[in-house]
Design a protein around this ligand. Structure first.
Ligand code: SF4
Length: 398
């Protein structure tokens, strides 16, 4: 698309480049996908699409039609848009909308669906659709109408450079950043597959979103304005990149920030998240305080419970000390074991003891229910289990 105006959310590029950490510098060398030269239309706003159709010599109302066909009708090619004049459609045959191809789909008995999506350059990413059902009923017997919410767990990178020790994605290394249409596509894919509007989005799939902040902000804008998901229903999760939480705060979004803390002290954190060596726990928490001050939004802390490592009541007390005075909520995630490492999931009794210890310290806490625990449930695990090599584009299983 030519002469595309930048969205206000994407104005951070210059600031962001000044604050690049060594991780970001390292990953920038291989960030951009090798696609054909015409940028895909998905992720563009109504204004951008209207300008684009006018540049093609068409009346402005075609922009609204194009927007509706991309975001509501799920058009995968401009040739599908039957309201466009046939001759023009034929002339646009090389303009991509930017949809991925479903490579593999796996559904758990609880209704959670994991997708492997193939991008135009052949790389594969993982996306998860998580339906929430009416309380007190048996999930497996629900029909479409009784679903209350549909949450999508999206990826922001192909692989991840953060190399967290407990994570299948981290074990697989980093390939490249996703671009905005590849992030928005994940939402539309899940929406179409479930036949239901997506209500919530969490950036908790493959990748560290704050290392790809420009594309994430553009995708957030599109999810909000084009797909119609409220900002408060969007959660950006990060293990913490120095300076980036502040940078995100300066956009004054209403999204929820989730910090993947996973440890009650710097020693355990460095063991689990090697990049934390460059970002002490206190510095991370200081930046979170700034985030709360600037945005007025609460921060959620994610804490993976690993048996025998960080799941004792004394860890809970240590964690509570760090979070005192914070407007926060702790989300405990009992670990889903993966083949590559020896970490184990704590017993229900130990999980409850951790919850009790936090509550005694007046910390708001919840335990995330495992969805699709029985197989390939951890982030990146499905992709890892389906492929021996990271690049598996031609191995379609559709
Ligand atoms: S846990 Fe998240 S940040 Fe860490 S390696 Fe996995 S995907 Fe990356």
């Amino acid at each position: 698309m030519s002469a595309t105006p930048r969205s206000s959310l994407a104005d951070s590029r210059n600031n962001q480049e000044r604050q690049d950490s060594s991780i970001a510098t390292q990953q920038r060398e291989s960030t951009q996908p090798q696609t054909n030269s015409i940028p895909p239309l998905l992720g563009s706003s109504l204004t951008e699409l209207t300008q684009w159709v006018q540049q093609q010599g068409q009346p402005a109302y075609r922009g609204r039609q194009l927007h509706a066909w991309i975001y509501q009708k799920g058009a995968r090619s401009l040739a599908d848009i039957s309201v466009f004049p046939k001759q023009w459609r034929e002339a646009l045959v090389d303009v991509p909308i930017g949809r991925s191809v479903l490579h593999y789909r796996s559904q758990s008995p609880d209704g959670t669906v994991k997708y492997l999506l193939r991008l135009t350059d052949g790389h594969i990413i993982e996306t998860v659709g998580i339906p929430t059902f009416a309380r007190g009923r048996d999930d497996s017997t629900q029909n479409q109408k009784s679903k209350e919410r549909l949450t999508v767990c999206v990826s922001s990178q192909v692989g991840c450079p953060m190399a967290c020790d407990f994570c299948a994605t981290g074990k697989g290394g980093f390939i490249r950043n996703l671009v905005r249409h590849e992030i928005v596509d994940q939402i539309l894919t899940v929406q179409e597959d479930f036949g239901q509007r997506v209500s919530n989005v969490v950036f908790m799939g493959m990748g560290e979103p704050l290392l790809n902040l420009d594309a994430v902000l553009e995708a957030v804008r599109s999810m909000n304005e084009d797909v119609g998901i409220g900002q408060r229903s969007l959660t950006i999760s990060t293990v913490g990149i120095p300076g980036r939480i502040r940078q995100l705060a300066e956009h004054h979004l209403q999204v929820t920030l989730a910090i993947s803390l996973h440890a009650s002290n710097q020693r355990i954190r460095e063991q689990l998240i090697p990049t934390a060596r460059r970002y002490p726990l206190e510095a991370l928490l200081d930046e979170c305080r700034e985030y709360v001050q600037i945005t007025g939004r609460r921060v959620t802390f994610e804490y993976i419970l690993l048996a025998g490592l960080n799941d004792l009541p004394e860890h809970a007390i240590e964690l509570a000390r760090h979070l005192r005075g914070f407007q926060s909520h702790v989300n405990l995630i009992p670990y889903n074991p993966i083949d590559e490492v020896d970490y184990q999931r704590p017993s229900p009794r130990r999980i409850q003891a951790f919850v009790d210890a936090l509550e005694k310290q007046h910390i708001a806490v919840s335990v995330r229910r495992s969805r699709g625990l029985e197989k390939d449930a951890a982030c990146g695990q499905l992709r890892a289990s389906r492929f021996a090599a990271p690049h598996a584009g031609s191995n379609s299983e559709q």
